[in-house]
Ligand binder design. Sequence first.
Ligand code: HGY
Ligand code: MN
Ligand code: MN
Length: 422
Amino acid sequence: MGSGVTPNAVAAVDEARQWDRLMQMARIGAIPGDGVNRACLTDLDRQARRLLIAWAEGLGLGVSVDALGNLFLRHEGTQPGLAPVLTGSHMDTQPNGGRFDGIWGVIAGLESVQALREAGVATRRPIEVVAWTNEEGGRFAPGCMGSMAYAGFKPADAWDDVADTAGLTFGEELRRHLELEADLPRRGLGVVDGAPPFAYVECHIEQGPRLEAEGLDIGVVTGIQGSRWFTVEINGKSDHAGTTPLRLRKDAVQDMVRAITALNALMHDPEDVLRFTVARIEVSPNSSNSVAERVRFSIDFRHPDAKVLTERGDAIERVVNGALTTCTATVTERFHALPITFDRLVRDAVERAARAQGLGTLRLPSGAFHDAQFMSRICPTGMIFVPSRAGVSHHPSEYTEPDQLAAGARVLAAVLADLANR
Ligand code: HGY
Ligand code: MN
Ligand code: MN
């Protein structure tokens, strides 16, 4: 494709329009401190999706939903039968989340497609903007359910029995969600029902400090580190806190402390590359004067080296059981995403587009996981990062400047025009 049209599309990206859409989305589930709490498959999630659909329909994009609730907005190509280029991210947030994680990737996709259409840039391939279901895994663990199912990594019903803290299951909530969106055209599920896309490119905030620290504009993401999630359930016996001698207790909380202490030793890394987090703990009966009979705690373990991820992750169950003194434990793996390296095709297209626009680029891996981790199994995939203020994310103070977000969308517009004309 001649480079003559791409500058028009790049110029057609509208910073104020993109920012206004992001701020409208941020009002759906707004929490104090400029944060957002918008869990997947909730009324807030559906409200945000309806707003996005209204914008897309206003542009003449085709709207459809698949069996996992993944939402697609299609810009038709001059050769509709060709495999499309996909771009997008997720709309669900952490419970104490920010205004940009995920949702910017979806809004940037819409903005870039709108810019291409306004600039009259025809593309051979269709372009589809996608909003993946449940990337965060906050309400229903694990994350990336929509993209994992789309990429054939797990069967569509793999998580039907996963329950949220209210006892509602993912399967029930997904069925209800699809009924409430029954007016939207349905489509098959990714590679389960059809061919893979030609390529996938995802815009996302960096969620780290490097672009800001180095004064650079665009992260050319080289890959994503591996992640493994586990749930550890420890079972003991409830007793009266005032009358039961400690030597007779089966105290699940005390054994949890021993297990986490032993896991900290297993996960010790003087180079501080390894990431080990326990952040969700449920105690039963959760009463200050009854000895705990059961606890459940989460493990989020990450590392860029598959060997470390495998060896230390596989040791978790042995280390937990070795630490217990009076209780028993069950260790269940919930999520297993190996480290991935992005394909050169998309990575180089991102770097070329950013440099052509005079933007400073940095090649870097992602510490956060993304839907792109699973899309990279089925098609050439890459990501575009923009700076995060102080590297903060998964917090209401998450922030990226309007002009930084516009620069990311301009790179995306050029990359989409490039890939969709190959
Ligand atoms: O947890 C993650 O890495 C992503 O931000 N959901
Ligand atoms: Mn995200
Ligand atoms: Mn996130």
